[in-house]
Design a protein around this ligand. Sequence first.
Ligand SMILES: [Zn+2]
Length: 466
Amino acid sequence: MTSVNETKQKRQNRTVTLYLGNTLAEYQEMISTEEGMQTLIQQVETADSLNWGHLADGHHEGCPRRLRFTHHDGYARWTKHFDGTQELVTIIRVRCLDCEAVFTIQPSFIVRYKRYDTDAMEKFMVLLFITEDSYRMAGVGQALGMDTHQEGTWVALEKAGQDAISPTSLWGLVQWLGQLSPAQLNLALGVEPPTHIIEDEKHMKECGEKVYVPIVYAPKEALIWWTDYIDSVSEDSLLSSLERFKAISERLAHIVGANVDGWDPAQKALQKAFPEITLAECHLHAMIKLGQHLATFKRQRKAMGQPVSEQEETQIRAAFIRVLQAPTPTAYQKALDDLPSVFDNEPLASRKDSLVTKQALFQAWTTDAKLAVVSTPLDQCMKFLNRKQDNMQTLHGPKSGLATVNAWAITRNCWRFLKGALRAGLSPLELAGANFLGIPWMQLVNLVLCAWSTLALAAGALTIST
Ligand SMILES: [Zn+2]
C-alpha cells in the first residue's frame, strides 16, 4: 500500500496528476505530436499557476516559478484495463526551466502505484457497491462480463481466472478510493455545503463487535456528505465525528437544520457541533415507535378478552398523526387534547408524553420549510449497508472500515439514477450542482486525491485545470 512506498521514497514526490483525456487512446494521440506535447506543457503551466498538487511544493528552493517548462523525457509503464488486458502508457516528464526540477506528469486515468486504470476502478466500485455484490462476487461479475467463449458460466470463470480481479486487489482499490471523504469530493466539485441535513447512525456488526456508521445526508439532492466508522454512539463519540467533518473545511460549519431520530446523544452532539441548528425529529420514526407500543397494547387487551377492533386502531393512529402534523402550536395542543383516553395509560401514555416533551422537535418543520419531515430517504439509502454488513468480511479494523464506507458513499454520490427513476440521468452530485465536464468520475476522484492538500489555495482549480 502507499505507506510502504512512502517509507521507501524519501525524496520529494514530484508526480503531478492532470486531466489529459478520457482514455489512454486519446492521451497517446495527444502526445504523439509536437503540437499535442505543447498543449500538455501549457496544461502544466496553468496547473503551476494554480499551485496544483506537487507543483506547489516540488520546485527547488528559491525558484522564481515563471511558468516555463519543457519536455524532459518519458518512460513506459503498464496499465491494466477492466477486461484484464494490459497496455503500455508513455509517462511524460517535464522540467522547470527556472530551477531544473523534473516533474512526472501522470494522466488522471492512471493511479499512482495501482495497476488498474480509473475506468476499471470505476466499474469495480459499481459492481461492488451499486449492484450489491460482495468482494468475491464482484470478480465473478467481471469474469462473466469479459467472457467471449459462450460455453456457460464455469468455462467463463475458469478462462477468466487469471484476468479477473482478486478480492484482495479489490480491497486495495477500495482503500485507495476511501482515503477521500465524500465531503472533500463534493466541495472540490463546487457543490455548496448543506444547510439542512438528515443525520442518522447505522448499526453494523463486524467480527461480532458492534460498530456504527454515522451519516450526514442532504435530502434534497440525495447527497451523502459525511460517513464515519466509530465504535460507540455516545454524545462524545458522535461529537468528535462531527468535529472531524467540520475540520475538512470551515464552510461545513453552517448547518442550521437537521432531521434526526429519537437518539438523544445524537441530538446533543449536533447542537454542540452546530450552535445555530434547529432539530426536527422524524415523524416516521415516531409512528414506528407508536406501532411498537400499539402492538403491546393490543396483546394486553386481547388477554383481557377485549381485543382492539380494526376501527379503534385506525382511530388511535389517526389521532396520533393529527398531533404530529399539526401546522401551528394551537392546533398541536388541540390535537393533543383530542387524543383518545387510551393514551392516558401505559403502554400508550409514554407516546403521549413524547408528543408533549418533543413538540418543538416535531413542529420544527412549520418554522423552517427546508427541514425534512421524515428521514425516509436516508433510510432507503442505508439499505445497502444493511445488506452489505454480512458479506463485507474484509472491513478489518476502524481504518479500513472508514475507507470502505467512504468508498461506498462516493460511488453512490457519483452514480446516476437509472431510467425510470424520478431523477433519471443525474447523480446526486450533479443534482447538487457539480459538473463532471464529461470526465469519468473516478478520474475526478484521482485528481482531487492528488491535489486535495492544495485545493484550498486554488478554489475552483479543478474545473479550470481540466
Ligand atoms: Zn522551478
